[in-house]
Design a protein around this ligand. Structure first.
Ligand code: PLP
Length: 351
């Protein structure tokens, strides 16, 4: 006798960082931006006529697509928007990875990639990074069903040069290469120009980190119109109205406020560089992060110990128990004040 339980889809889901809620906490565990979004967002929230929520939103999210296209000097048909870049990436996996050959991505990277591959039954191979967490580009020359690279990588923060990425793309002209640029605004290294030269390259970015809108869920992809149209066909086979009216308005306003964006982006980068110096002084070891976090281990004290002791003080960082990285902590960059408090606590823990 079978059971209805035999037909349940079983999968190990991606586990997001926890969202604790203490009034005094310092939250450095999910790479959110410590600064509020653009003041233009407040204006929209204050003025938004709630009666409009009665109506379905524009299925094409045209206003948001136009704002993103204009900011990136692209045409509208080169832009796809989704409910956070997780949604954009999931749709890209569904749309482009249909080969019997495995898709390739690093062994240490965003831990959603293998979950989507499992969910969509895409064969995959995780290619080891070298001992400095760098990509060995020749490992990506072999036959495959697609390539995904987060740049800067998560959770390491390491950024590959455009030249290295282009080399991987040149060796992979028969598959789609996805570049996940969730953290690119904290570097100066966007591969955005490569989509003009390679029609098989898709660049995915998010509003969650550099634009302080993790709670709104907005992400986008940029690529040649055929890639974008194929993704839209898949998305409209699943959900006709992914973006809410508010996310379209808020997203468009946020991307237009370039002045505010530059200001908070620079602040996070400055605080990151200050934090690097302090962590080094305390005996932490880490690569040169180009993201809004630092991925570090201590020369003497175990990551778990530091994690637990920070937690007692309501300072939350991220600790992954996966092989090769179990002794590292990923510390998001908060405000200057938050990072000073973190360093003070670290001094006590480390001594
Ligand atoms: C945060 C993150 C995302 C997803 O961000 P959204 O909030 O879904 O836009 C995608 N890729 C990487 C590497 C990330 O760190």
């Amino acid at each position: 006798m079978g059971s209805w339980k035999d037909n349940i889809r079983k999968i190990n889901p991606y586990v997001p960082g926890e969202q604790p809620d203490f009034p005094d906490m310092i939250k450095l565990n999910t790479n959110e931006n410590p600064y509020p979004p653009s003041p233009e967002v407040r204006k929209i929230l204050d003025a938004y006529p709630e009666s409009l929520l009665r109506l379905y939103p524009d299925p094409n999210s045209a206003k948001l697509v136009e704002a993103i296209a204009s900011y990136n000097k692209l045409r509208n048909d080169q832009v796809f928007v989704g409910v956070g870049s997780d949604d954009v990436l999931a749709i890209a996996f569904m749309t482009f990875f249909h080969s019997d050959k495995p898709i390739l991505f690093p062994d240490i990277t965003y831990s959603f990639y293998d979950v989507w591959a499992e969910l969509f039954r895409i064969p995959y191979e995780q290619i080891p990074l070298d001992e400095h967490f760098e990509i060995v580009r020749s490992d990506y020359y072999k036959e495959n069903g697609g390539v995904v690279i987060a740049n800067p990588n998560a959770p390491t923060g390491i950024c590959q040069s455009i030249e290295a990425l282009e080399d991987i793309i040149v060796h992979n002209q028969n598959v789609v290469v996805i570049l996940d640029e969730a953290y690119i605004d904290f570097s100066n290294m966007s591969a955005r120009k490569l989509i003009d030269r390679y029609e098989n390259v898709l660049i995915v970015q998010t509003y969650s980190k550099s634009r302080s809108l993790a709670g709104m869920r907005i992400g986008h992809a940029m690529g040649n119109p055929e890639l974008i149209a194929a993704m839209n066909d898949v998305r409209f086979s699943f959900n006709s109205y992914p973006m809410t009216r508010l996310s379209v308005e808020i997203g468009a306003a946020a991307i237009r406020d370039t002045e505010y964006f530059e200001k908070i982006r620079r602040k996070v980068i400055e605080t990151r560089e200050w934090t690097k110096k302090e962590l080094k002084r305390l005996g932490f070891l880490f690569g040169d992060s180009m993201a809004n976090f630092i991925f570090a281990r201590h020369e003497k004290v175990a990551a778990q110990t530091i994690f637990d002791k920070l937690r007692e003080k309501h300072i939350f960082v991220r600790h992954f128990s996966s092989p090769r990285i179990e002794n590292y902590l990923r510390i998001s960059i908060g405000t200057e004040q938050e990072m000073k408090t973190l360093i003070r606590e670290m001094e006590r823990i480390i001594q």
